[in-house]
Design a protein around this ligand. Structure first.
Ligand SMILES: [Zn+2]
Length: 123
């Protein structure tokens, strides 16, 4: 249930930000989701909808932006992004697209970041 913990910490950050800015409503929240975050983004989104029910973020739109995986191959030095959309969420196997080597260094794509929060303020 890592998704629940992640949804919970995202929501806490959103609520804290909204309260610090005297928000009366949260309109939408953009969450950057690394394709190697080892979480199911759809489940996190669902839990955000459920957990936000009794908070200031009730009814907010949670937008998940998928962040591609950036790697550097240890064998052939290939550096670039690979499409992780078809990988298993929980046990992704990342290989070099050029020489098929494994393992590779993952430079980007592991993190989940709250990128943008849009709020409504009282006039
Ligand atoms: Zn390679």
């Amino acid at each position: 249930m890592h998704e629940m913990a992640m949804a919970d910490s995202i929501l806490k950050a959103v609520i804290e930000n909204a309260e610090n800015n005297q928000a009366i409503e949260v309109i939408d929240v953009v969450v950057e989701f690394g394709q190697l975050a080892l979480l199911n983004p759809e489940q996190v989104k669902f839990m955000l909808d459920v957990l936000s029910e009794d908070t200031i973020a009730k009814g907010a739109k949670f937008i998940i932006e998928s962040i591609p995986i950036e790697i550097k191959c240890k064998k052939c030095s290939f550096e670039g992004t690979i499409d992780g959309s078809s990988l298993d969420h929980y046990a992704p196997i990342v290989k070099c697209p050029k020489c098929d080597a494994y393992p590779v260094d993952v430079l980007n794509g592991k993190d989940v970041i709250v990128k943008k929060i849009s709020i409504e303020k009282e006039d």
